[in-house]
Ligand binder design. Structure first.
Ligand SMILES: Nc1ncnc2c1ncn2[C@@H]1O[C@H](COP(=O)(O)OP(=O)(O)OP(=O)(O)O)[C@@H](O)[C@H]1O
Ligand SMILES: [Mg+2]
Length: 283
């Protein structure tokens, strides 16, 4: 590691399961103001990873969160709105995003950028481009431009891959403006360790069963001809453990949280039947 990064490197939080090299790389992105995109399946820890790195640097780097997936109107989210007031007349109010990009050293999370409206991607192009770094407020009179302040790190998350037909296919130009890392799929030991970290008082055998079922679905999805289209996420394994803590049995937790997620079409050949049979081996 470069001296500067070694000196400024923040320790990885115990509850975050990500490889050391990826954590180191995220430290580098913050310290160097790089645009970074984290990809991976739903519930694999993309958002929590960025929140953790932002938390680690909050003393030096103010954090701003934009949920791109929920924006109905990209122009008002990324630029602002024109209002009318009897005394003030017509005036323009800058969005939260416009304010954020003017704060030096800010970390700005563009969460679920893969779900953003294509118009949002267009607006972000010049902001993210290392040679441009400006935003044109074309909603305002004379369309002034706002420069992106020094030291800003844009961090984004995206669901990209064949599992995610609901997300739009991201624009190549936009993707090109980010360094990318992929969330890793946790193996059995890692998933079990994660569950134990979050639920230290839970029955170990049950947590291990949850981790085993999740791992089987993960292996299946990565196999040559998978019988299911997505695997059980860490978000789901944590929810299952939470049900156990609240008096549910493993079978009940599976019935509530696993089976309904899988397609029942096809009866005995359906994804749901496959997952039920897989889970029942462990229950
Ligand atoms: N690798 C991980 N380390 C620690 N916690 C994790 C990890 N993966 C998932 N989690 C936990 O699972 C839950 C879901 O994680 P998170 O919201 O970050 O997923 P995501 O990848 O952003 O999903 P989505 O694509 O649906 O937004 C959180 O409670 C988080 O703490
Ligand atoms: Mg997320």
């Amino acid at each position: 590691m470069g001296n500067e990064i070694t000196a400024a490197y923040k320790a990885k939080p115990a509850e975050l399961f990500i490889s050391d090299v990826k954590w180191k790389f995220l430290n580098y992105c913050v310290l160097q103001g790089k645009n970074v995109l984290i990809t991976g399946p739903a519930g694999s820890g993309k958002t929590v990873t960025i929140k953790q790195i932002a938390e680690a640097y909050k003393a030096e780097h103010p954090f701003f969160y934009i949920n791109c997936g929920s924006t109905q109107d990209p122009r008002s989210t990324f630029i602002g709105n024109t209002h009318y007031d009897k005394s003030a007349g017509t005036f323009f109010s800058q969005s939260y995003f416009v304010k954020a990009i003017q704060i030096p050293n800010a970390i700005i999370l563009l969460d679920e950028i893969s779900r953003a409206h294509p118009e949002a991607w267009n607006i972000l192009m010049s902001v993210l481009d290392i040679n441009q770094r400006y935003l044109r407020l074309d909603e305002e009179v004379d369309s002034p431009t706002v420069e992106v302040a020094e030291g800003i790190t844009f961090m984004a998350t995206a669901n990209i891959g064949n599992e995610y037909t609901s997300s739009r296919t991201m624009d190549k130009g936009l993707l090109d403006r980010f360094l990318q890392i992929e969330m890793e799929v946790l193996n059995l030991d890692e998933e079990y360790a994660l569950l134990q970290t979050y639920f230290p008082n839970a029955e170990k055998r049950s947590l291990h069963v949850i981790a085993q079922i999740a791992e089987r679905t993960r292996k299946e999805v990565q196999s040559h001809s998978p019988k299911i289209s997505f695997s059980i996420s860490t978000r789901t394994t944590l929810e299952m453990a939470r049900l156990l803590e609240n008096g549910f049995t493993l079978a009940e937790a599976a019935e509530i949280l696993i089976y309904p997620a899988y397609d029942p079409v096809g009866g005995n050949d359906s994804e749901r039947t496959f997952v039920k049979q897989l889970a029942q081996k462990y229950l």
